[in-house]
Design a protein. Structure first.
Length: 260
């Protein structure tokens, strides 16, 4: 069973059947789904990987008032645009059922923790380009390799994701964006990274339900919790990106109680 299917199974086991979709916004940077509990989930819209999102476009006008769990099940769709919206709904439900006491939790940017885990001799692989991480990871390691599926974000600094089978088995530290869950690559990435000393998943698309990731050897997860839903929905609707959504969220880092 893959990460997404396990996430869905864990959510289906909770008392979430009654929740419906209150609002869904497919923005340029992020997609956001608010459910009638007030919880909001995000997912990177991944338009660079899928510039013509026909799958979800065919559902336009039908998402509001849909059962939130039904929408979340689109996270397992074969269509990328449907998976993005499904992950946003899944993240809203994960937001609702999150139990902080089950994990070791600290707030703020995950990057300082990552830098403490990196040795000067390490090869670090960043799966999915995160601009603020590039320079610090490069300076802390012997070698930084970036893998990125979106050709508009490579710009000579990254290799295509198809290079993962060659690159990841040699990595000492692997940092994976939460978008890898939405684009369907997370299972292969984790399998290829099993020999890495330290693995982290980070980003707004990362669910506040990290157990399936921890069970597959991930050491730390950097996610977020929405604290101003109205502001966030407006930012997403107006095309805001990572910097802009920071005004409406708190960043939470999670690790297993007995972990790092």
């Amino acid at each position: 069973m893959g990460v997404v299917k396990e996430l869905l199974e864990r959510i289906e086991a909770e008392d979430v059947d009654e929740f419906t979709v209150e609002e869904a916004i497919l923005g340029v940077g992020y997609t956001a789904v608010r459910i009638d509990s007030g919880d909001v989930g995000l997912c990177h819209s991944l338009l660079g990987e899928n510039p013509c999102p026909r799958g979800i476009s065919r559902r336009a006008g039908t998402l509001r008032d849909m059962k939130a769990l039904e929408l979340a099940r689109l996270a397992a769709s074969q269509d990328l645009s449907e998976r993005v919206v499904g992950m946003a709904a899944l993240n809203a439900l994960a937001h609702h059922i999150f139990q902080e006491h089950r994990y070791r939790v600290w707030r703020g940017n995950l990057l300082p923790h990552l830098l403490r885990e990196i040795k000067p001799s390490d090869t670090v692989v960043l799966v999915g380009y995160i601009r603020p991480f590039e320079k610090p990871l490069r300076e802390a390691s012997s070698k930084l390799i970036i893998l990125e599926n979106d050709p508009t974000r490579r710009r000579g600094r990254a290799l295509p994701g198809s290079e993962a089978p060659r690159i990841l088995p040699e990595a000492d530290v692997v940092v994976i964006t939460g978008s890898s869950i939405a684009n369907g690559s997370i299972d292969e990435v984790l399998s290829l990274s099993q020999d890495a000393r330290f693995k982290a998943v980070v980003g707004a698309s990362t669910p506040l339900l990290p157990d399936p990731l921890f069970d597959r050897g991930v050491d730390a997860v950097g996610a977020l919790r929405v604290v101003d839903a109205d502001s966030l929905m407006r930012i997403v609707a107006e095309g805001g990106g990572t910097r802009e959504i920071g005004r409406a969220v708190n960043y939470l880092n999670l690790a297993p109680i007995d972990g790092c």
